[in-house]
Design a protein around this ligand. Structure first.
Ligand SMILES: [Zn+2]
Length: 184
């Protein structure tokens, strides 16, 4: 075990990537260990245990952080894509963009975009748009919620933008789509 010097604590505090590989820190309250550069929340200083190697941290019973992956790619790419899809399903109603998505999925935006496209053949933003449109179609057909509200509920920033995107995808305006598909 390494001593937690002020210098090392500062490296953790400042997410200093130059210290990655020099040591790892475990957080006793969570049982997880990280690289110094990890952007997870700064732990309390007295909850920190430092290790020289990944093996030492694992041997002490700590699990690798999913975010900074100190033990390498512990999560497979396919698992990561599943995780990204789950995040999209949970957050499509919010102002989700690539940067926010990357933050929530614990990866760099460009890397996430690349991996996702490679695995699924579409970009994460295209998938997000698809989810938003599918949900909007459902709402249009199964509810009487005004179109402008459907737009906002499904994460579109304005009704006008929603109509444009919707028409591009379905060749119909949201209103036409509702008329055509409602059974009431
Ligand atoms: Zn971490």
């Amino acid at each position: 075990m390494l001593t937690l010097t002020d210098q090392r604590f500062q490296a953790i505090e400042q997410n200093d990537a130059t210290q990655d590989g020099a040591f790892y820190y475990g957080v006793t309250s969570t049982g997880i260990f990280c690289r110094p550069s990890c952007h997870s929340r700064l732990p309390q200083r007295d909850h920190l245990v430092l290790f020289e190697t990944v093996e030492a941290a694992l041997a002490a019973g700590f699990r690798p952080c999913k975010r900074c992956r100190p033990a390498g790619q512990v999560v497979s790419t396919a698992e990561w894509v599943t995780e990204i899809n789950q995040i999209i399903m949970t957050h499509y109603q919010t102002k989700l963009d690539l940067n926010t998505l990357a933050m929530l999925a614990h990866g760099a935006p460009y890397y996430l975009h690349h991996v996702y496209q490679q695995q699924t053949g579409q970009t994460p933003m295209a998938h997000l748009k698809h989810v938003r449109l599918t949900q909007a179609q459902k709402l249009l057909v199964t509810t009487q919620i005004p179109v402008s509200e459907v737009a906002l509920t499904c994460g579109f920033q304005s009704a006008a933008y929603f109509s444009t995107v919707f028409k591009q995808a379905t060749q119909l305006t949201p209103r036409q789509y509702r008329q055509k598909n409602s059974h009431t």
